[in-house]
Ligand binder design. Sequence first.
Ligand SMILES: [Zn+2]
Ligand SMILES: [Zn+2]
Ligand SMILES: [Zn+2]
Length: 165
Amino acid sequence: MTPTKPAFPAPDHDHNRCTADGISHAEKVCRERAQKFTPIRRQVLSALLSSHRPLGAYEVIDELAKAMPRPAPITVYRALDFLMANGLVHRIESRNAFVACVNNHASGDLVVFLICEHCGAVGEAASAAVADQLKAAARSAGFTPKAPVIEIGGVCAHCRQHDHS
Ligand SMILES: [Zn+2]
Ligand SMILES: [Zn+2]
Ligand SMILES: [Zn+2]
């Protein structure tokens, strides 16, 4: 699988483009699966697309409350569940936060989250070879793995560059 976008977009990239791409990708996925992209689902995804940093559920609510009456947490959690079930949003377990996904991966794909401890951005890397090895290791232990997720903390290329300049 070749990623269509760099894992960590440059700090001066056209972020409006990311947001627009994310929304149009979600529209396409919902259309293909005959799912409704309701206003709240769109609003929650837009809130997550506002940056490349993961947001907690309450940060999503705060973001939404800027433009509309404050939504009930259950409403936002339902929208997040829908977005996760359709591969549009990932949950970052170690941060208890959510991030919009713009890579179109199959469910069951291994996702490696690269979490920058400096700027908070989350990038994704995918490796079929690593996924196969992990599944083989799990199976040889008599274990049936679900979609594996790996979270790695560190420093992104842009922050590292900044530190050295
Ligand atoms: Zn962006
Ligand atoms: Zn993803
Ligand atoms: Zn960074």
